[in-house]
Design a protein around this ligand. Structure first.
Ligand SMILES: [Zn+2]
Length: 277
């Protein structure tokens, strides 16, 4: 890996608007430019140096040069690589954390590149939850997104070869049965079931999107269940629907898996209307 020291340190703290050139190279040896700004006129570059360092690191992360879960190089090393002060590096690392690309396990732990499963605590998930609660994303749209994601996930899981391992999805149905009157336990197993079906599709992009939306989805389902006067018959019905989806996947029937997923999701949304009269 060839790292160019290409951020000249001309003015210590007064360097806030200088131009930062390519500073990170990928595995192929092709230097990454930073946000395409290399071709921009010098006078247009008014971004703080720390942002440019953060952008170079972001590119290294998104290109896979710094893979998910790997430790970021220490401050001292980054400071040398980019030719900037450690304060600037610290600001850049903070920016990466804010963007949800780097996380620390504890206050003194080294920063690591975020892994897809960390979306459980990621700003993207929070943003989706906040947008929904602010009413900016109509619930119908969210259901539509779930139907697109999960319908496709279930279909692909059904037709995938070699056959996917469906043990985790089956376990979640057992947890739903064991939950009894504990609606929160039921809902956790329900959401995990859908995640496991999408995971069984083998499509990592679908799985990451599912991880990002799942909490938004679970809050909605739980509030609907809690609004019911007699939730037990509804829960029995939902368990039967999950079993039917799983069976379609096991049978390799992609069309049925997609259709049953969509019907189930529309039905969940309509719970309140169906059972509260
Ligand atoms: Zn469900």
């Amino acid at each position: 890996m060839v790292i160019r020291r290409s951020i000249p340190e001309t003015g210590q703290t007064g360097d806030s608007t200088k131009k930062v050139g390519p500073a990170w190279s990928d595995k192929t040896g092709v230097r990454c430019t930073i946000g395409g700004m290399d071709s921009a006129p010098q006078s247009l570059e008014r971004r703080p140096v720390y942002e440019q360092v953060a952008d170079a690191l972001r590119e290294a992360i998104l290109s896979g040069e710094l893979p998910p879960g790997s430790a970021l190089p220490p401050e001292r090393e980054l400071s040398e690589r980019f030719g900037v002060g450690r304060t600037t590096v610290r600001e850049a690392l903070r920016a990466l954390q804010t963007k949800g690309l780097a996380v620390a396990a504890g206050p003194t732990s080294p920063l690591r590149v975020v892994a897809p499963d960390a979306l459980t605590t990621d700003p993207l998930r929070d943003t989706l939850v906040h947008l929904l609660r602010l009413g900016r994303v109509p619930l119908d749209d969210l259901i539509g997104l779930r139907i697109a994601l999960e319908g496709s996930g279930a279909e692909h899981a059904a037709i995938r070869t070699p056959r996917p391992d469906l043990t985790a999805a089956r376990d979640q149905i057992a947890f739903m049965r064991a939950a009894g009157t504990d609606l929160e336990a039921f809902e956790i197993a329900d959401v995990r079931f859908h995640l496991e079906i999408v995971r069984a599709s083998g499509n990592q992009a679908l799985t990451i999107m599912m991880l990002a939306v799942r909490d938004t989805v679970s809050r909605t389902l739980l509030s609907h269940l809690q609004a019911l006067t007699h939730p037990q018959p509804v829960i029995a019905q939902l368990i039967a629907e999950h079993e039917a989806i799983l069976q379609a996947v096991i049978d390799g029937d992609g069309d049925a898996a997609r259709r049953l997923s969509a019907e189930h999701l529309r039905g969940c949304e309509d719970l309140r209307n169906r059972y509260t009269e």
